[in-house]
Design a binder for this molecule. Structure first.
Ligand code: HEC
Ligand code: CU
Length: 315
């Protein structure tokens, strides 16, 4: 997650500014250090022979001129950085074209709920932590805070915008190239703040549309006896919090699991989405992400196995 390289029209001017200010800051540290060392060196050789207590403060004619020059140069450089910053802020304030797609991202302790809005309500979908966008066009992101203040940050695509309870903030992002861009909650939000990653997956518009259409399908139906049993257990044990569209699991306070297996990670980037990690998470989420809002459900080994087998269907 490097903020020293960008991947879109919004991030590029910010990255250039970051580098500019970084280079100026490093130059200032180097110049000041050299002057300081030189001053120490000169002072030392002059006072070496005499009694320090008898030294007079000596004001030579051109001493103040150095102060004037130093102040002038610093002012010009700082003012230049200010103008550059304001210009970048103005440039990234609004996208060059009206976004065709709006995504609603809600920050919760400690994951991101992601809703795709559409004029056609039957095309609205909900997913978690993994935000798919089409490349080459601006995407509007509406940011909502569900509990405490979080902050949405995808360094390669867009700067930080807070999600604040009771207020909707709007930002936008645009990816030039297909890729996976990692982001992170960047406002301290409690125990598992560090395990609150988000991923933006940018695909060409065709691939993105295919993904969206796939997400619209209801959950796959179980066929084997174990899968049927797993579905029954998920509806019974997990359905109050989690949604599996097309089943009796209809909760909305936890990640939508309808297409769980289409995501690369679980628990907001904490674990890769593998069978073993899923089983471990379901058996004891508190051991993996202490404090997470998913309780330990004291499932038997058989139940964990049935549920994990069923979840594998949810592609
Ligand atoms: C009391 C509510 C609650 C119950 C009951 C619950 N969960 Fe969760 N679950 C959550 C929350 C909240 C998260 C998000 C945790 C996080 O990332 O910090 C979560 C995360 C998950 C994830 C990771 C999803 C993702 O995309 O990151 C899976 C898988 C999961 N739960 C499966 C289950 C299963 C299976 C059951 C039933 C055996 C279950 N949960 C019961 C609240 C619940
Ligand atoms: Cu957070």
């Amino acid at each position: 997650m490097s903020y020293l390289s960008g991947a879109g029209v919004k991030a590029d001017p910010v990255v250039a500014l970051t580098w500019g200010v970084l280079v100026i800051s490093i130059a200032v540290v180097i110049i000041v250090s050299i002057l300081l060392l030189a001053g120490i060196q000169r002072g030392r050789s002059r006072v070496a022979a005499v009694d320090i207590e008898l030294q007079q403060v000596e004001r030579r004619g051109n001493a103040l001129a150095l102060v004037y020059w130093g102040t002038a140069i610093s002012t010009v450089v700082l003012f230049g950085a200010l103008v550059w910053t304001v210009a970048v802020l103005a440039a990234i304030n609004a996208p060059h074209a009206k976004p065709m797609l709006t995504i609603e991202v809600t920050g919760l302790q400690w994951w991101w709920k992601v809703r795709y809005l559409s004029d056609d309500p039957s095309r609205t979908i909900t997913t978690a932590n993994e935000i798919h966008i089409p490349t080459g066009q601006p995407v509007r992101v509406r940011l909502i805070g569900a509990d405490v203040i979080h902050s949405f940050w995808i360094p390669a695509l867009t700067g930080k915008t807070d999600t604040i309870p009771g207020q909707t903030n709007v930002t936008w992002l645009e990816a030039q190239r297909p890729g996976v861009y990692r982001g992170q909650c960047t406002e301290y939000c409690g125990e598992q703040h560090a395990h609150m990653a988000a991923f933006v997956v940018a695909d060409t518009p065709d691939v993105f549309q295919t993904w969206w259409n796939d997400q619209l399908r209801p959950a796959a139906q179980p066929t084997t006896a174990q899968e049927v049993q797993g579905q029954v257990e998920v509806q019974f044990r997990c359905g109050a919090c989690h949604m599996v569209r097309g089943t009796d699991a209809g909760g909305s306070v936890a990640p939508d699991l309808t297409h769980l297996m289409s995501r690369k990670t679980i628990a907001a980037g904490t674990l890769d989405n593998t069978i073993a990690n899923l089983a471990g998470w379901i058996a004891n989420p508190q051991a993996i992400k202490p404090g997470t809002r998913m309780p330990v459900l004291n499932l038997s080994g058989q139940e964990v196995s049935d549920i994990t087998t069923y979840l594998q269907l949810l592609k």
